[in-house]
Design a protein around this ligand. Structure first.
Ligand code: GDP
Length: 610
């Protein structure tokens, strides 16, 4: 047996004892738990060929390796277990409460899946318009990630909830994060095309999740449509139509001609009634899942959530993933304010402090304080886990080689809503340059570029992309000081072009943006015939008349392409104002200026070619 001392520092041997650590723990965390010196653990790992510092997050494998060496059984606690334990410390559980007998029936939640171009989007649009309940005036249907319609079955009004992001990616992404949202899958198959690869994939996902399937045979209006063939093809995958003695309902529809829609809705309800007993406790503390999140320019973070149990009300203290807040308003898909949302109701929640991710769960808690504490702990955990997964395991032998061969461009993507961030990431990942250069997105998120993003970028060669968002104060300083490449975009293809060019090693933009100054708005003055003037203090650099400007609010670009059209100190027109001085800035016809906005000025300078 190895001596209980390595590198001259003694290590307490565990004799097989168990120690539990959260994912992403550091050697210091481990040292604390087993009563060792952090430095001794660093040395021990070094002898095992791993170089890490005492406070750095260590991945699971390395922890196990070290554990085996010092005879401790290290159990890395999964994020799910950890979260359960976190909630337990506040006497909370995510799940149903009470006696099932007292629960009330709730509507089914449906996800539409199928091969690309088979008509998922068209069908969701068509179904949206089948609603039998008239909406109040002013209700233009908006995309909020899910919607509910009411249909009639045997003279009863029956609501159905549809998840409005078609495709199995979102379904799988949610399920991967432990969120079981979908009760029924509508599998769309085009009658003129037949079963295709993604049809099979969708089917596999639904079956793996043990979710009943209703088949919508679409495009029956088209020439060459052969609905019988679809039934035939799908029997091979275990989906046998009722008319052939099976138990799957097939409905022939045309999304464009609006045929068979009522039959489809009926099939959904009958399938739900036959194979599922959908009920929920409306009396317990409300809980559910985040369907979509975005940063709204006017309203701040907005999340569409699906209530799964309980009744969500305005004023509730809520924690959703690592975001928290008080529900300021609840809005349905028509933009109508709701007083409350019952199970299976999708609603937009306004009032969160940040944007949660799709698939995050939400809970309502007694006090704001509890919501904040849970959110804080989750944030810390996410950071740790990210740091751990980021760090490459490089042994001493291959360190040199790894550095020489590092032909990888790492990216961090931040944007103003989760949709654009995903779209940008997806588009970027499609760029193909050559086999030996790869692109990796190591972190993505909604909101301004923060100091922790830049910290993350420092660990590797990372380019930070801000899509319609800016770096927050400290982050800019840190990025400048450390030379982190931060790029801002408001057009997706421009980002793609530049990254592609960077990958090709021929990035030579002719002009580059040079920051001139920034000013913080302290007061807004209404000047007759001129409009709003921003009473500001110059925070850095110089504000120059006629320079280009943009307006940033809470880290998000509200308006680009502005010009400093007027610049005054007290009553005098001036050409420039330096740091620390107050001034009045007029942005021409642009009037949407608020206190605490930041006006950034810049100019485009020709960049010397490399
Ligand atoms: P998705 O990729 O599955 O979301 O498919 P889309 O809903 O975007 O539809 C793909 C194409 O098929 C579009 O051009 C639609 O207009 C067309 N389409 C969808 N449903 C029908 C239908 O019932 N009949 C016909 N003729 N065309 C349809």
């Amino acid at each position: 047996m190895a001596a209980p001392s390595m590198g001259g520092v003694s290590l307490p041997r565990g004799n097989g004892q168990t120690v539990r650590l959260p994912r992403g723990a550091s050697l210091t965390d481990l040292a604390e738990k087993i009563g060792a010196q952090p430095a001794a653990l660093v040395t021990a790992l070094f002898h095992l060929g791993e170089m890490v510092t005492a406070t750095q997050s260590v991945n699971d494998e390395t922890l196990q390796l070290l554990g085996a060496e010092i005879d401790w059984d290290i159990q890395v606690v999964s994020p799910e277990d950890e979260d359960r334990e976190l909630l337990e410390t506040f006497d909370l559980t995510f799940g149903d409460e009470g006696d099932e007998e007292d629960w009330e029936a709730r509507p089914p939640v449906v996800t539409v899946m199928g091969h690309v171009d088979h008509g998922k989007t068209k069908l969701l649009d068509a179904l949206r318009n089948t609603n039998v309940v008239a909406r109040e005036a002013g209700g233009i249907t908006q995309h909020i990630g899910a919607y509910q319609i009411v249909t009639e079955l045997e003279d009863n009004e029956r609501p159905i909830t549809f998840i409005d992001t078609p495709g199995h990616e979102s379904f799988t992404a949610m399920r991967a994060r432990g969120a079981k949202v979908t009760d029924i899958v509508v599998l769309v198959v085009a009658a003129d095309d037949g079963v295709m690869p993604q049809t099979v994939e969708a089917l596999n996902h639904a079956q793996a999740a043990e979710v009943p399937i209703v088949v919508a045979v679409n495009k029956i209006d088209k020439e060459g449509a052969n609905p019988a063939k679809i039934r035939q093809q799908l029997t091979e995958y275990g989906l046998v139509a009722e008319e052939y003695g099976g138990d799957t309902m097939f409905v022939d529809v045309s999304a464009t001609q609006r045929l068979g829609l009522d039959e489809l809705l009926t099939a959904i309800l009958l399938t739900a009634d036959a194979s599922l007993d959908l009920r929920a406790n409306t009396q317990q503390d409300p809980q559910g899942v985040v369907i979509e999140g975005k940063l709204d320019k006017g309203r701040g973070p907005v999340a569409t959530v699906l209530v799964q149990r309980g009744t969500l009300r305005q004023g509730d203290s809520i924690v959703a993933g690592d975001a928290y807040g008080r529900v300021r308003s609840l809005l349905d898909e028509h933009g109508n304010k709701l007083k409350e949302a019952l199970p299976a109701r999708p609603v937009q929640v306004v009032g969160l402090t940040s944007v949660p991710r799709a698939g995050d769960t939400f809970l309502v808690v007694e006090e704001d304080r509890v919501a904040r504490q849970i959110a804080d702990r989750r944030q810390a955990r996410i950071r740790n886990a990210q740091n751990a997964s980021m760090r490459k395991r490089i042994s001493l032998e291959d360190l040199d080689a790894a550095l020489k061969e590092n032909r990888q461009l790492n990216l961090i993507i931040k944007g103003d809503n989760s949709g654009t961030v995903e779209a940008l990431e997806e588009a970027l990942m499609k760029i193909e340059v050559s086999d030996d250069i790869s692109l990796r997105v190591i972190h993505r998120g909604v909101g301004g570029i923060t100091k922790s993003d830049i910290d993350l970028a420092l660990a590797d060669d990372v380019i930070v992309l801000g899509f319609n968002v800016r770096a927050e104060g400290q982050a800019t300083e840190l990025a400048n000081r450390e030379g982190v490449d931060v790029r801002y975009y408001s057009v997706i293809y421009q980002a793609i072009e530049e990254i592609e060019a960077a990958l090709k090693g021929m990035l030579k933009p002719e002009y580059e943006e040079v920051a001139l100054g920034s000013a913080e708005v302290r007061e807004v003055f209404r000047v007759p015939r001129i409009g709003n003037v921003a009473g500001s203090i110059v925070r850095s650099g110089t504000i120059t008349r006629n320079s280009k400007a943009r307006l940033v609010r809470d880290g998000v670009v509200v308006a680009d392409n502005l010009t400093v059209e007027s610049l005054r100190r007290f009553k005098d027109d001036v050409t420039e104002v330096r740091e620390g001085y107050e001034c009045g800035i007029g942005l021409g016809s642009f009037n949407d200026i608020k206190v605490e906005d930041v006006i950034e000025t810049f100019e485009m300078r020709e960049k010397p070619r490399a």
